[in-house]
Design a binder for this molecule. Structure first.
Ligand code: GDP
Ligand code: IMO
Ligand code: MG
Length: 429
């Protein structure tokens, strides 16, 4: 096995950080391939919590090289902060343990201004973005007016590039959003400062990953966000601005699909979502409140409370198809302890008519009524379980039903925040 992709199969926050950290002990290379610091990936090791926004979740394992792929949008301020925090903890001392793709796009200060001003302008129709400048940065990348890591290699070239970009950008900022124009000299000076810090890490990430995989090294790709936030396949327009599904693992790194052996979709045993947009199985009752409280469902990036609901099997089978999932990893099963019965959504209905697949249209999704199946719960504490045999029968039945409905076998079950609170059915490498 050479490349294993682990990604979110719901609306994000599925526990990707925890499982990527767990497996990075066995990996040689851990790679982020899309998204930016809209992501918040939580790792808990021996009770100590670390949240990564940009650095791959392999960073706590000293054996793994961490790579930020070309598909990632990088806020240099946040990245430098994360590197400094790791160094202060005595980690990342070896600079060769971090590689940033020379083709990665940079989040500029004006992107953050645009994100905030754009959301404000939308009023009630706001997406509820993380405000990190993600959408505007990806928009500029696609419009071919982005600033990339390699532009920081030379002050003159950065200045020339920024000058042409700012001509249009400042018109937008001042005339459309009523914001202040941004100053070329100040931006060049600020970004050459970041260049001095980041250049030692910048390199040909695509070639590094591909060579590593071809030489038989174990490479773990870490998704950000989740499949239902995918720009093409998610609940558009209430999505993020990148492809979050498995195809992006290739385009966001520079390796071909045949090098990928497995694609593991991570799903909570229930569903959460942060920000606006349709959520058919959302619970606004005491069960929803209980999931939020017991699951500590607050955003790792913005601190916003996460909306909670039953596990959505129709969405799961859809995201299994989108990603070609070879397996499913279930997290937060412990949060369901004490709830009886537990419901699983197996289909949607609109005016009595069953939908065959996840609909593209917001109006349809908002009208969709979930069709539920009820399963018996359990009351035993499962946080100490380390094998399926340690789980109560009803918890095993629940996991088995998830795998039938999603159409992908479950290879891991997580029963607590800590690295150790993990049941492995089939190891990824
Ligand atoms: P990510 O964005 O997918 O990495 O997920 P987040 O870190 O944003 O959110 C997942 C949260 O659930 C974090 O606080 C994790 O520590 C926590 N978590 C992960 N797995 C489990 C689990 O099995 N049980 C419980 N109780 N918490 C978990
Ligand atoms: P991780 O990697 C959950 C959501 C935002 C908003 C929408 C667009 O931790 O799972 P953006 O700032 O990306 O333009 O916001 O996407 N969102 C996430 N929700 N987890 C995330 O990342 C998210 N990243 C973005 O809340 O609804
Ligand atoms: Mg998160």
């Amino acid at each position: 096995m050479s490349i294993v992709v682990m990604l979110g199969a719901q609306w994000g926050d599925e526990g990707k950080g925890k499982l990527v950290d767990y497996w990075s002990a066995e990996a040689d290379v851990v790679v982020r391939f899309q998204g930016g610091n809209n992501a918040g990936h939580t790792l808990v090791v021996n009770g100590e919590q670390t949240i990564f926004h940009l650095v791959p979740s392999g960073a706590l394992n000293p054996g793994a090289v961490c790579v930020i792929g070309n598909g990632v949008v990088v806020d240099p301020v946040v990245l430098i902060e994360e590197i400094d925090k790791l160094k202060a903890k005595g980690m990342m001392d070896d600079d060769s343990r971090l590689i940033i793709s020379d083709r990665a796009s940079l989040i500029m200060p004006y992107h953050k201004t645009q994100d905030h001003a754009g959301e404000k302008k939308k009023g009630k129709a706001a997406i509820g973005t993380t405000g990190r400048g993600i959408g505007p940065t990806y928009s500029d990348k696609i419009a071919r007016s982005g600033i990339r890591m390699h532009h920081l290699r030379d002050e003159k070239r950065l200045r020339a590039r920024l000058q042409s970009v700012l001509e249009e950008k400042n018109l937008l900022l001042t005339k459309v959003y009523g914001e202040e124009a941004q100053d070329l000299d100040a931006l060049v000076e600020e970004f050459m400062g970041y260049a001095a810090r980041l250049m030692p890490y910048v390199g040909n990430a695509g070639k590094y990953i591909s060579d590593a995989a071809r030489s038989g090294k174990k490479v773990l790709f870490e998704g950000a966000q989740g499949a239902l936030l995918d720009i093409d396949h998610g609940t558009y327009p209430f999505v993020t601005s990148s492809n979050t599904t498995a195809g992006a693992a290739c385009t966001g790194t520079g390796v071909g699909p045949c090098l990928i052996d497995r694609v593991v979709g991570i799903t909570k045993a229930y569903t959460t979502r942060v920000g606006g947009g349709p959520f058919p199985t959302e619970l606004e009752d005491e069960v929803g409140q209980r999931l939020q409280k017991v699951g500590a469902e607050y955003g790792a990036t913005t601190g916003r409370p996460r909306r909670c609901g039953w596990w959505d099997g129709l969405a799961a089978s859809y995201t299994a198809r989108l990603n070609g999932l070879t397996d499913l990893a279930v997290t937060k099963l412990d949060v369901l302890t004490g709830i009886d019965p537990i419901k699983i959504c197996v289909a949607y209905e609109i005016e009595g008519k069953r939908l065959e697949d996840f609909p593209p249209d917001l109006i349809e999704l908002e009208a969709a009524r979930p069709v539920y199946e009820e399963l018996p719960g359990w009351t035993e504490d499962i946080t100490g379980a380390r094998s399926m045999a340690d789980l109560p029968g009803n918890a095993v039945k629940y996991v088995k039903r998830m795998e039938e409905v999603a159409g992908a076998p479950v290879s891991m079950v997580s029963v607590g925040q800590d690295r150790e609170q993990t049941i492995v059915i089939k190891a990824p490498f």
